[in-house]
Design a protein around this ligand. Structure first.
Ligand code: HEC
Length: 142
């Protein structure tokens, strides 16, 4: 019992460090991504979250969904992902980044991407995959 306090002090010291490297447990359970989820991310999300376009990576909102490792290190909260999917924020609402906005081909690609997301029922697939995740509501966590 005498060991208890030094141990918890040690744990407290380690927690913030662990937090910067390990994903939250809810996210860890979803990785590695199932192939059907990888496919949706590649088709509907990576265009703004991780794809290299004209030699420069698009990482809107610092979120890179291109690989499991990138997701682990850049997705702050999987509950937020669920919230955005639930509310149809992604991929419907955001616009292209300033760099790509003036390119009609990219605009066309984005329009097609949104239509395909709806046509394929991707929202339902993502929500089934996120069924055990609690959606985050309210303000973004900093
Ligand atoms: C047209 C570009 C674009 C597409 C496509 C897109 N996003 Fe986003 N995403 C953004 C932008 C811009 C933001 C930040 C602004 C906002 O929150 O609306 C963002 C923010 C996010 C966030 C919040 C990250 C945080 O740090 O809180 C999540 C989660 C997210 N996107 C997931 C997705 C998913 C999943 C898809 C595919 C289904 C997707 N996005 C498709 C541009 C895009």
């Amino acid at each position: 019992m005498i060991l208890r306090r030094p141990l918890s002090a040690l744990l407290l010291l380690c927690l913030p460090v662990a937090g910067t490297f390990a994903a939250e447990p809810a996210l860890e359970k979803l990785l590695p991504l199932k192939p059907e989820i990888r496919k949706i991310f590649d088709q509907s999300c990576v265009m703004c979250h991780g794809e290299v376009i004209d030699g420069q990576q698009e990482i809107r909102d610092d979120l890179d969904l291109s690989t499991d490792e990138a997701i682990r290190s850049t997705l702050p909260e999987v509950g937020r992902l669920k919230q955005y999917v639930l509310e149809d924020t992604m991929p419907h609402k955001p616009k292209l980044g300033r760099r790509l906005r003036g390119d009609p081909k990219m605009q066309e690609r984005l329009t097609a991407l949104k239509a395909d997301y709806d046509k394929h029922g991707d929202k339902a697939v993502l929500l089934a995959w996120l069924k055990d995740v609690v959606a985050t509501t309210g303000e973004k966590k900093e």
